[in-house]
Structure formats: C-alpha cells, structure tokens
Design a protein around this ligand. Structure first.
Ligand SMILES: [Mn+2]
Length: 424
C-alpha cells in the first residue's frame, strides 16, 4: 500500500491556512530562518525493521492488524512513514529476522520508496533454529571458544548482507552477562569479548563502522559484559578508529545524565549514534519524547553544540535511529510520533542562543544559562517541523493524514487481521 502524493497534497490544501498563520508567528523570531529550515529538511531518522509490528513483553503479545508479513511489506511501511513525514529515508535491518534473500530486488524495492539501508544489526541473544551451539551463557564473551566462533561468524555474515544492501555499519548489542555473583570471571569475559570483536573488526570493509551498544541490565540481572558507556568506550578504543559507542536512551540506570555522556563521546570522536526511545523505569522502549522530552532536548543541545564544534554535518555526522517497541499503539502512528519528537528536540536545540549561553557559562551566570536553554525549549517549534515537511512534499499533519486515508484499515484488508511480523 502506498500513499499517493495527490492525497497528501489534498490534506495539505485543507490545513494550509491555519499552518501558515502558526508558522509566521514562530518564524518571525527565528534568527537564520533559512539555515534552520534547511537543517530540518535534511534531517532524517532511520526506522528499525523490528518496530513495524506489535512488540510484546515476557507476559504476552497483543497483535495489531495488518502487520507486515515480509521484508518487502516492512519496506512498504517505512515507505508509508517516509511519504508522510519526509524524515525517515532509511531502514535498519535485524539479521536473521530480516534476511534479504534477493539483495538486488530488496534494494530496488527500497529505492522505489526513496529509502536506503542504515546500520545492520546482528542477533546473538537468541538461539537460531539451525544453530549447533547455544547462547544461553552468552555469545562473544562465552567461556567456550567454539560458541564465540559461531557468534563471530554470524556477525561477519551480517556484514556481508549489509554490504550487498549498501549499508555501512554493523550494530552489535550483546545480552552477554551473568545472573549471579560468581557466575563469571569479569576480566575473562571482557577479554573474550574484545578478542571476538577484534575478529569482527578485521572483517569490516574500509568504509564501515562497528557500533557497540551497552546496557546495564536485562536480560541478565547481576552483570552485563558491556554494561555502560565506559566499557563500550574501552572496547571501541582498543579496537580502533572504526569502532564507536552506540547510545540507546533506554540503556541507562534511572536519572543518568545521558547528555553529559553524549557530549564527551562526541568530543572524543567515539559517538556512533543513537537508538532513540523513552522510558520511565528501565529499557521501556516507549515512544520517543513521551515521558521526558526535556531530557531529549538537553541531549540535542549537546549534540548540536558538539557537532558544530567539530564541524560535523548534523544530518550525516552520526547515526540516528529509533529503537522502540509498540505494544499498545499502531506501530506506524507511534513511529510518526517518535520522529516528530526527535525533530522537535532538534529544532529547539537549533534555536538556543549559543553566544548568550556561552557568555552565561563563562560568567557563571547560572540563572541566565537556564533562561537561555528554557527559552528555546519552551518555543513551540511544531510549525517549523510542519513547514519543513511541507517543503519536502510530506503531510502537514502525518498522523491526521494517516487516519484520514484509513491506512491501517487498508493494510488489514490487504494483509489480514492476524498477521505477525518477525522480531521479538
Ligand atoms: Mn538499542
């Protein structure tokens, strides 16, 4: 199912007057409006292939209707999202959930929707049907070299799929860890992980990167072998220039100052990019910006400041991706909301009066620093995002357009009520 441009144009025609009024109101106070608009128009966020179906918890899964049954249908769903918001021009695949059997055909399918392939993700946190060895006690850190070898080979295979699709990064998240004190020798587990990652690193093409994700707990609850940004950074530093740390917002203990982590990784040229989501308690994988939009803004404020300091292009300097699980909402609507929240935080960060902030910091004017940040945060930038979408051919209000066109009902008619997307 595709969204025809004339339907988007009709939607925009209906809402253009109110939009113009709102846009003019906020645009009047934006310094360098053209520069801000160009940056917003260029900014895209990758959609993960595993987020297009309904997620679940260990207690169960409540399917929605019309879920994509194949990789082709997942690409079509991302195409739908991109047609509506013009800010989701890439898809990130998880292997083996989404093995491209015919890479050329899959590439052509993606191109049809104006999409490309972002980082590819390996999976050594589940046993696969045809695997001879089990990951029950870990993968790259495993005490048995044969298990480590199987996991290394899987990662190398994922790189090969990625090369065929034109991707240029491998994202590695390990569930390796321990549930009980004494279960693991931490030093050996770390060294085994490093040795395994070195073998994967050797297999990376010259223009590729490996992104090392960390997580403090779950599914293991006593220790995680790559538990925090320090451990990820240690591995990335030992591996070399092509290895970087991936920050997943949900992979922190409550109240962690993620913006400070991001600032320093970016300074050290070791920030790979993001897995965006939101959380209240742990790795909740909720819609980006639904719980703590201020934190998201503070993170973007550090990103914009740090990327500008290094002369990086905001859109392409690091990886931007959503990693969420949609248990109760329509996945497409949830992803549209997530992309919107990311772009809102980015736009607000672009509005920060950086000269005034720097002066306040230099002079220890703490109240002024807060005023500067919150003046940007409390600006309603939604008309700027809508205008950026409009200029790129997207819908003024993507979710409204999605509902007006009854897209989900169409997908259910086409695919059925009880379809299940591959993934967790
Ligand atoms: Mn993640």
């Amino acid at each position: 199912m595709t969204m025809e441009q004339h339907k988007i144009d009709e939607h925009n025609h209906q809402h253009i007057k109110a939009h113009q009024r709102r846009f003019d109101f906020v645009a009047e106070d934006v310094k360098d409006l053209d520069g801000v608009m160009q940056k917003l128009q260029a900014f895209n966020i990758a959609i993960p292939s595993w987020a297009l179906g309904t997620g679940g918890t260990r207690f169960g899964r409540f399917s929605g209707g019309g879920e994509p049954r194949s990789l082709e249908e997942k690409i079509a769903d991302v195409g739908m999202i991109h047609a509506l918001n013009r800010s989701s021009n890439s898809i990130s695949l998880h292997i083996p959930w989404d093995i491209p059997k015919d890479a050329d055909a899959i590439k052509a399918e993606a191109k049809h929707y104006g999409l490309r392939f972002d980082a590819v993700n390996s999976n050594t946190f589940q046993d696969q049907k045809d695997a001879s060895l089990s990951y029950k006690y870990g993968s790259l850190h495993h005490s048995d070299k044969a298990v480590r070898k199987q996991a290394v080979e899987h990662n190398i295979e994922v790189i090969k799929y990625g090369v065929e699709l034109g991707s240029n990064a491998l994202s590695v998240w390990l569930s390796d860890g321990s549930n009980f004190p004494g279960q693991l020798n931490f030093r050996k587990a770390f060294q085994n992980t490093l040795e395994s990652l070195q073998e994967i690193y050797e297999a990376l093409p010259d223009d590729w990167k490996v992104w090392i994700e960390y997580k403090p707990f779950e599914p293991n609850f006593y220790s995680t072998t790559i538990g925090d940004w320090g451990q990820s950074h240690l591995l990335a530093s030992k591996l070399g220039k092509k290895a970087l740390t991936l920050v997943d917002l949900g992979h922190h203990l409550p109240n962690t100052n993620i913006e400070q982590i991001v600032s320093l990784l970016l300074m050290e040229e070791k920030l790979a990019g993001f897995h965006f989501n939101d959380s209240k308690y742990g790795d909740d994988d909720l819609t980006v910006g639904s719980i703590n939009p201020y934190q998201l803004f503070l993170i973007f404020n550090e990103l914009v400041e740090g990327m500008d300091a290094r002369g990086l292009n905001h859109a392409t300097g690091i990886g931007w991706m959503i990693d969420a699980s949609h248990n109760v909402k329509d996945p497409i609507e949830d992803l549209l909301q997530s992309v919107e929240a990311i772009k809102i935080a980015y736009a607000q960060a672009l509005l920060v009066d950086t000269a005034a902030l720097a002066a306040a910091q230099q002079g220890n004017d703490v109240a002024k620093a807060q005023e500067v940040l919150q003046a940007a945060y409390r600006t309603d930038v939604r008309p700027l995002i809508a205008e950026a979408r409009l200029r790129e051919g997207g819908a003024l209000d993507p979710i409204k357009a999605f509902r007006e066109q009854e897209v989900r009902a169409g997908l259910i008619k086409q695919r059925g009520e009880k379809t299940v997307a591959t993934g967790l």
